[in-house]
Design a protein around this ligand. Structure first.
Ligand code: UD1
Ligand code: CA
Length: 474
């Protein structure tokens, strides 16, 4: 007997009730698409083959699969003629499949690997021809009900619209997730008809056929009925997202992360947060973001694909593809764009934007600055209002600021330009030439004072009155 395992994911439907130009399976939820979550859960099965049945918007779904699951094979189901027809199409496209086949839907993002492992173990232990994942739900409306005989054995599934009033009272539902013996599945798929209220080939009929032919069908109840929830419209999308948020946050808190307000903390399933991190209210951690121990993030910050070092502090910041060093300080009100690499103990303060730039250890850009395409040396201090003019209207140029350089407030550093180690730039300078080490670069108009100007040119103003008082008290 073959011990091969295959996974077949049904993803041919558009999900009309989503009212979207995009197929339902591709809607995002906390770091992955709905389909991405299902495939991630399926990883736990370590299947030899993964087949995804595509149909509506097949190009979009296939392009997404190329990115997230390049080993998965797509099978086109040109017309959606039912779940049974979908699985039959997959099995026909892969005549070599043997062993066990797990059928999943692409729109059940809360499905977890451990649930699939439990289902698979139960199936393998019992030697049943098929094992169906079931759940007891308070409101089974719309779902297929599990039918059992007097001794409690599964005899089939009846769809809501084909059910009698007694059958409708059953609270045990068919999740639509099953493990089948591949050979028997193939055999029974060939017997499917469209003799039902929807005129579709029902995969559920396979269970009935198996039982009729004397092959045992077992059930496995999901530990958490939420695992089986499908998504049909945007309201359910939001509900499922909130459930996933709760699962992610609870797991992180149990692992040692402090969250002031889990309800306003949105952490993608793909993010890593170490113990003893503190997350303040209103934080989103997205994509490949990782936060090291002792760091504090928030309130009100969005970090995407960002590495946060140990003991760093990030307050009211928006970051994308940035790295933040150990004990660095970011914000309040800072914007780190792709390629911003903030060194250990460095500081990016209020109303500061950093793009594609390195700030070496202990350097500071505390207030009102733009730093683009620059390297800032260790211990340098970039004064308030400094702007790196990296773009000449045609190309971007690099700026080099050396170690322990002090740039006075309201300076413009016109790239390409180098300010060497251990030098100063006078406040208000527009620097477009190299500043040598051990020098002060000054590039601004010299000050001159026109004496008596106020009383001559602004007589009768309160400024002139103050000037007169100052003259009298001399
Ligand atoms: C199905 C089950 C039902 C179960 C429910 C759980 C059948 C006949 N019924 O009902 O017992 O309680 O799931 O959600 O199987 N799909 C295709 N191609 C098709 C038809 C469907 O790929 O031709 C995909 C859809 O994109 C969807 C999934 O299969 O992801 C389920 O299809 P759907 O029509 O929603 O099945 P239900 O009627 O909900
Ligand atoms: Ca459905």
């Amino acid at each position: 007997m073959s011990t091969a395992r295959s996974v077949v994911v049904l993803a041919a439907g558009m999900g009309t009730r989503m009212k979207s130009a995009h197929p339902k399976m591709l809607h995002p939820m906390l770091g992955r698409t709905l389909l991405g979550h299902v495939l991630f859960a399926a990883d736990a099965l370590a299947a030899d083959d993964t087949l995804v049945v595509v149909g509506q918007a097949a190009d979009q779904v296939t392009a997404h699969l190329d990115q997230i699951a390049p080993d998965a094979r797509t099978v086109l189901q040109a017309e959606q003629r039912g779940t049974g027809h979908a699985v039959r199409t997959a099995m026909d496209a892969a005549p070599e499949l043997s062993g066990t086949v797990v059928v999943l839907y692409g729109d059940t993002p809360l499905l977890r690997g451990e649930t699939l492992e439990g289902l698979m173990s139960a199936h393998e232990a019992s030697g049943a021809a098929a094992t169906v994942l079931t759940a007891e739900v308070p409101d089974p409306t719309g779902l297929g009900r599990i039918l059992r005989d007097h001794s409690g054995r599964v005899v089939g599934v009846v769809e809501q619209r084909d059910a009698t009033p007694e059958q409708l009272a059953i609270k045990e539902i068919n999740s639509g997730i099953y493990v089948f013996d591949a050979g028997l599945l193939r055999q029974m798929l060939s017997k499917l008809s469209t003799d039902n209220d929807q005129g579709e080939e029902y995969l559920t009929d396979v269970l009935g056929f198996l039982v009729e032919a004397g092959h045992p069908v077992h059930s496995f109840a999901a530990d958490d009925a939420l695992d089986t929830l499908g998504c049909n419209d945007r309201a359910q999308l939001a509900e499922l997202r909130q459930i996933m948020q709760g699962r992610i946050n609870t797991a992180l808190m149990r692992s040692g992360v402090t969250m002031d307000d889990p309800a306003t903390t949105w952490i993608d399933a793909t993010v890593t947060v170490e113990p003893d991190v503190t997350i303040r209210p209103g934080v989103q951690l997205l994509g490949t973001t990782s936060v090291s121990t002792g760091a504090e993030v928030g309130p009100d910050s969005t970090l995407k694909d960002t590495v946060v070092g140990a003991r760093a502090k990030v307050v009211r910041a928006h970051t994308d593809s940035a790295t933040i060093g150990t004990a660095a300080q970011i914000g309040p009100f800072a914007y780190l764009r792709p390629g911003a690499a903030i060194g250990d103990t460095a500081k990016v303060g209020t109303y500061v934007e950093v793009k594609n730039s390195t700030l070496a250890e202990g350097s500071k850009v505390p207030h009102l600055s733009y730093v683009g395409d620059a390297s800032i040396g260790a211990g340098a201090n970039i004064g308030a209002g400094t702007i790196v003019a990296n773009y000449d209207g045609v190309a971007k140029h690099h700026t080099e600021v050396g170690e322990a350089v002090f740039v006075g407030s309201n300076s413009v550093l016109v790239a390409p330009v180098t300010i060497n180690d251990g030098s100063y730039v006078a406040a208000g300078s527009a620097i477009n030439g190299e500043v040598p080490s051990n020098s002060l670069g000054v590039a601004r108009g010299r000050q001159r004072n026109i004496e008596g100007w106020v009383e001559r040119r602004r007589p009768g103003t309160k400024t002139a009155e103050a000037a007169e008082r100052a003259r009298q008290s001399e």
